[in-house]
Design a protein around this ligand. Structure first.
Ligand SMILES: C[S@@+](CC[C@H](N)C(=O)[O-])C[C@H]1O[C@@H](n2cnc3c(N)ncnc32)[C@H](O)[C@@H]1O
Length: 422
């Protein structure tokens, strides 16, 4: 009879990927079993344990680390990815009965060693030997109980209570280095420094898990969360084997990125930063699937077209991105120009009309203004040489001031552009 925990892990491994999100009952059952075995209380009345500050980010406390198990997709996708990486190597035609076990380093186990230890009943001591590291002695004490309960101690090569960043890693020794020491946008926790420190411990054929963590920027239509219509701006940083090696050698160019802000519709005012995780191969966590991939959005930013967004990942005791960008002052959307403003084509109200259309598209125009200015708007259409209502749809389709002005000038060739600063 397999251990109840092993039965749950097998369900994670055997389920189609699209059903993983339905596994809350299984995750709850798993957490209850893990707490029962280790004596961990994930809901203590007093949070007496603190995170431990390291030189390159926080090592979260045993309770906080234990709570990571609650995350439905994070936990399953990582466990499935780790198992896939192990199986791929064990099932390789290059491997035979005399092959030595795979050496696996698990850096930052928490109290449950969740990403590997519950998998060990499915593997033998001849197949895998695991080294476990964590800075918190209590986490390792609890983890030892789980190792005994699952009767998998012969698969454990070593357990060290240490700051990983100070641990003397053996060179080219491990087939896999596994660590989940991150938050969204690689903020606050030491994932980047840990991979930079441990990458030389990988064999040439080895893999970091996760294989890649990308932080990207995009533009979103005001107030929306629709990924399909997001406009990608580009990659701010990718943590993978190559960049970890570069960082380890002191080459930190990968921390900096310059993203050119290309032409985009005026209502794309929100700037979003997303985190995507390739755990292993097709085992991935995308935007919003777990806390590690929660997007950060800065609303109503309005980046200036043609400017450059500059970002730099700063790896200190509180890692984070420094991000600089230029916002447009071409159109003040919140306070449309006065009707008497003639700076557009020398026509009163024209600038206000254009700005009101942009506000309408953002759903931010006071309905009272729409009603009370109907006559003024109609007079202005006429003065611009536009037909009402035939030209309305085209007017609304213009997202940039330059498009709008060019279009109006094609309709009314007697107009010249007076707009010095719009
Ligand atoms: C986010 S938790 C993840 C726990 C577990 N691996 C999981 O995925 O459920 C990160 C763990 O890494 C440990 N950790 C973070 N930085 C560390 C460091 N520099 N040295 C040792 N342990 C560290 C923390 O103590 C914590 O247990």
């Amino acid at each position: 009879m397999p251990h109840p925990l092993t039965r749950i892990i097998c369900q994670y491994l055997d389920s189609p990927v699209e059903t993983l999100a339905n596994h809350k009952p299984l995750i709850d059952e798993m957490c209850a079993i893990l707490c029962n075995i280790t004596g961990m209380d994930l809901n203590p009345t007093v949070m007496s344990e603190r995170n431990t500050a390291t030189a390159k980010g926080n090592a979260v406390s045993p309770v906080v680390a234990g709570r990571c198990a609650w995350e439905i997709l994070r936990s399953q996708v990582f466990i499935r990815g780790v198992y896939a990486a192990i199986r791929e190597r064990l099932d390789s035609p290059d491997r035979d009965a005399d092959s030595t076990p795979l050496n696996i380093l698990y850096a930052g186990t928490g109290p449950f060693g969740l990403l590997i230890v519950p998998l060990l009943p499915l593997l033998s001591a001849k197949e895998v030997q695991i080294t476990l590291l964590d800075i918190h002695d209590r986490s390792l004490t609890l983890l030892n109980k789980l190792i005994d309960e699952l009767d998998v101690r012969d698969r454990i090569a070593a357990i060290h209570c240490t700051d990983i960043l100070k641990w003397p890693a053996p060179v080219a020794h491990y087939d896999l280095v596994v660590s989940e020491t991150m938050t969204a946008m690689l903020k606050a926790e030491p994932q980047v420094a840990i991979f930079a420190h441990l990458v030389s411990a990988l064999k040439p054929s080895g893999s970091l898990i996760p294989e890649q963590i990308q932080v990207n920027a995009s533009l979103l239509a005001a107030g929306t969360f629709d990924e399909q219509s997001a406009i990608p701006l580009g990659r701010m940083f990718s943590l993978d084997r190559q960049t970890a090696l570069a960082i380890a050698s002191g080459d930190e160019r990968c921390f900096s990125a310059q993203l050119v802000i290309l032409e985009h519709p005026a209502h794309y005012t929100d700037l979003q930063f997303t985190t995507e995780i390739v755990v292993y191969g097709d085992h991935r966590l995308t935007r919003g699937q777990c806390s590690l991939t929660m997007p950060f959005t800065r609303h109503k930013v309005r980046l200036e077209i043609g400017s450059t967004l500059e970002s730099r990942y700063v790896l200190n005791d509180r890692p984070d991105f420094e991000i600089r960008y230029k916002v447009t002052n071409a159109v003040n959307y919140d306070t449309p120009a006065d009707s008497s403003d003639c700076s557009m084509f020398g026509i009163p109200h024209a600038k206000r009309l254009w700005q009101k259309v942009q506000l309408l598209k953002l759903n931010r125009l006071d309905p009272g203004i729409v009603q009370s200015e109907q006559d003024l708007d109609l007079q202005c259409y006429r003065a611009l040489g536009l037909q009402y209502p035939d030209d309305l749809a085209e007017l609304f389709s213009k997202d940039s001031l330059s498009d709008f002005e060019s279009w109006v000038m094609t309709r009314n060739q007697s107009l010249t552009n007076h707009s010095a600063v719009s």
